[in-house]
Design a protein around this ligand. Sequence first.
Ligand code: ADP
Ligand code: MG
Length: 443
Amino acid sequence: SPPISALPPGVPPLPSSRGSSLTPLDGLRPFPVPDGPFNASGMMPPPSNRGVRAASANTRPSPLAASGRGAAAAMSPLQANNLSEADNIKVAVRVRPLFPHETERGGTSVVQVSSNTTIKVVVPGPAGTSMQRDFAFHACLGPEVGQADVLHLCGVPQLLDAALAGYNVTIVAYGQTGSGKTYTMSGREEVISSDGYSGGDTQHDGIMTRALQHLFAAMQARKGDTKYGVAASYLEIYNEGIYDLLNLKAKNLPVKWDAALGFYVPGLKQVPCTKIDTMMDVIRTGMQHRHVGSHELNIESSRSHAIMTLTLHATPADPAAADYGAPRMGKISFVDLAGSERLKDTKSEGAMLKETTNINKSLFVLGKVISALAERDSAGTSAHIPYRDSKLTKLLMDCLGGNALALMIACCSPASTAVEETLSTLSYATRAKNIQNRPTVQY
Ligand code: ADP
Ligand code: MG
């Protein structure tokens, strides 16, 4: 099938004569699926990611299963698992290492990355039995994957290039508290948000820092052709209130609707970034304010959603290029969601209950939006998508659905003690995988 060639409404494609370094198709290339340490077992992906089978069951393949395996061998791992390289929403899973304190308390690892695209969870059953559940995603990253490899394994450079070409891009980290969301997006929260930290936790830097470095390099490389403007904002949603992480005085900001802009937060600080240092400061300041703000309000940062957004503006370097068309806008949002375990925490009372309900609300509505989009895409109907039911989904509206590109990284603990949460995270991620975000506008 032909590659998707649509750009967002109002975004003219570059004339092909000058478009060589800026092709929107960059964002639609498949995830790289390298051989290497992550596929050391040499295992084939399981023929199906559906259903539960007993780990101890007779494993002699039936003739049917054998032919299924033969067919899978001829396909790419993604095809074998019913995933498309052209999916506009890609779902990756990252399993963090088991920590010594978990081992000390008798925790064992029950989650295993079985190939670049498959993961298995051994669920303890009654009387020493266990069941194995298999899942497939666009990319599966085990505990041995370091921060430097996360980007290319998850296809982030392609997403960034797509944003430079005018797409809306979102990268979302989902998972229970302590599963590695903040580590994956930002780095070590405990280090970055500590007093006096001034950068340089290089080995542990997360996607945001590395993405900014990639973006700056890409913009530099294209500056003969295109002039870019970048503005950064960083906000937190707590208890359905919006707080500006770049301006601690701005509390409880509203979300407004504008026909041209979509949902936006009036008064939110936008920091123009002409230097990479300014962008790095934004990340650091935001992280530290998230910490300070949570102390002031007596909350844990794990109960809030943090969104860092870069707005990109592309104009021709040569103003005399009259045929260039209108400036192009792209957007990248990095979303560090509240811990997903709050979803079922319904026993709290009073203020806690309100907080829980509201935090539930944004995550819960995000789940509903994801389900509705997945249903719409598989049935090909125009179902109602409840974006307007929470602040989070309002702000992510132009990033989920339509021709936006999204990456969800579902973060998991490998510990036996967290197996319930891990299964719930993987099934949430499985639903997200069913969204296709097919473009609605063709040029
Ligand atoms: P979350 O944001 O999901 O609540 P964090 O990202 O804060 O969780 O991770 C919890 C702890 O585990 C932190 O101390 C973090 O530095 C550490 N951690 C998370 N993922 C990894 C990883 N892949 N490798 C090493 N340490 C990690
Ligand atoms: Mg966190």
